[in-house]
Design a protein around this ligand. Sequence first.
Ligand SMILES: *Cc1c(COP(=O)(O)O)cnc(C)c1O
Length: 376
Amino acid sequence: MQKEKIYVTKSSLPDYNKFCEMIKNIWDSKMLTNNGYYHQILEQKIKEFLQVNNITLYTNGHLALENALNLIKGQIPAGGGLEIITTPFTFVSTIHAIVRNGFKPVFCDINPDDYTIDVSKIENLINENTCAIVPVHVYGNICNVEKIKEISKKYNLKVIYDAAHAFGERINGESVANFGDISMFSFHATKVFNTIEGGCLAYNNNAYKQPLEQLKNFGIKNEDVTNFIGGNAKMNEFQSVFGICNLDELSNNIEKRKLLYHKYLELLKDIKGIKLNKLNEKISYNYSYFPIVISEEYGLSRESLIELLNKNNIFPRKYFYPLITELDCYKNNYDSTLTPIALDISKRVLTLPIYPDLEPEKVEEICNIIKKRELK
Ligand SMILES: *Cc1c(COP(=O)(O)O)cnc(C)c1O
């Protein structure tokens, strides 16, 4: 019999009967989208869950981020600079959202231990054209939010967090949604909490609510007035119901992930040449990713290890490789050697399978293969 394939993640689905029971109401109301009943419920639930003043839901995280940056752009005085300091060690969405809004990304290197933006290198990149910082809580590692706040105040910069990986996390007891001007969370099928496709913006400035609502709905203010040039990025009722049901299971899912995460830590901690993600005791994590970084001491290259795991039907992913500045659409305009740590990590990182119903025995099997460096 063909062994079951294990991928880096497996989408979390809500209870089938509960989902069906709720969507019956959609057949009665015939309200499929446009800030419907379930949309409003989900928005309220997420607002409470993230403990933030405002939530705007989106059909996906990428458009949420594009809209957040679009809003910021509208506030820049004519002739103002359009440089945004960000990280090259992220999913393409972050940088595409910056560039598609007409901003210029300026890449800052990352920390070698938690892969977030290296705050000690931000100030050197600031000039009169800098308008914002877009840091990423990569793998759920929360950035140095205090230092970023300090820098942003000093230079009067906006901060938009790509918090796609950090849904539900806290630092020093504070919700991750409460840092910077706006945080974007992704509810894509592969994320720790999903609405099939989906996402949201979280922000405390009430003045952002109205323009963001308009930007995601063609700029329409009311029946008679359209005073923004907006796109369409609305979340529909099916996505909302999926989210309402999935949210109930999130804390349980995070607990299951936590057990697997600690099992990996325990089993991999003494293997030479395998560097583990450095945990910060102030953070309560969602355990959405398990990255390892492979060095020469390990004896096998990353590609050989992937081949070994693939032969055993295990499919880890090279998040994030190639580095953004190495991609065909960016490589001619940017120099990866300016962010040497990010470049180096991207060539050696591997994210291992982790999802709530992954059996602990599978984690043992994966760790054994990594330990033995050969097929069982
Ligand atoms: C998933 C992800 C996004 C985009 O979210 P979607 O909901 O898939 O559009 C943006 N940034 C990062 C870092 C992500 O991982």
